[in-house]
Design a protein around this ligand. Structure first.
Ligand code: ADP
Length: 192
């Protein structure tokens, strides 16, 4: 199994690259942001709870997020591996993921961070907001809050995996194909 964490700030291109990685490596893409948007779109109790945080640019509480992630993983046991996108976003989420994979006698293979400067992120998200219909992409102060939350709560997850020798940074500026090649250079050696 290859279990990747695709990591990086909001707007760093995780979703775009995940779609290409799925095609090349046949992994299951699990995006907690997409899962939340699906729940919100269906007005489920989980969606309604998530919405109150997401619209402010805050994180959904760990217990809710971890439960949803676990359900998705357990519903898809027979895959070649997973691409986790937007998860883990806190240290407790990272610990929960490690436990979940350990139960399957498995582990995180690598965390790859897409490195993009703040100003570029804000620009990209405001452009995305014009077509995505996402409220959290259309207001600069909400976007800036998401970037701050990334710095304070999420970036320690990079250090957590770096301490185990499992985290790398890739330059997230360039064409989609250039960035994809940089990611593949990190993933190909994992294939045995
Ligand atoms: P982006 O692509 O901008 O990083 P996502 O689509 O991954 O955003 O997530 C949108 C929002 O959903 C986040 O701002 C957050 O409120 C919520 N969310 C997604 N994943 C998580 C998570 N792992 N923990 C807590 N909240 C999350």
């Amino acid at each position: 199994m290859i279990n990747l964490i695709l990591f990086g700030p909001p707007g760093s291109g995780k979703g775009t690259q995940a779609a290409k990685l799925v095609e090349k490596y046949g992994l299951l893409h699990i995006s907690t942001g997409d899962l939340f948007r699906y729940e919100m779109g269906n007005d489920t109790p989980l969606g309604l709870e998530a919405k109150s945080y997401i619209e402010k640019g805050e994180l959904v509480p760990d217990s809710v997020t971890v439960g949803m992630l676990r359900n998705k993983v357990e519903a898809n046991p027979d895959v070649e591996g997973y691409i986790f996108d937007g998860f883990p976003r806190t240290i407790p989420q990272a610990e929960a993921l490690d436990r979940l994979l350990a139960e399957k006698n498995d582990a995180v293979s690598k965390l790859i961070m897409l490195d993009v400067a703040d100003n570029e992120l804000v620009k990209r998200l405001l452009v995305r907001g014009k077509t995505s219909g996402r409220k959290d992409d259309s207001d600069e102060s909400i976007i800036r809050n998401r970037i701050e939350v990334y710095k304070s709560e999420t970036s320690p997850v990079f250090d957590y995996y770096a301490a185990k020798g499992q985290a790398v940074k890739v330059d997230g500026i360039g064409s989609i194909d250039e960035i994809f090649s940089r990611l593949c250079a990190e993933i190909d050696p994992l294939q045995s």
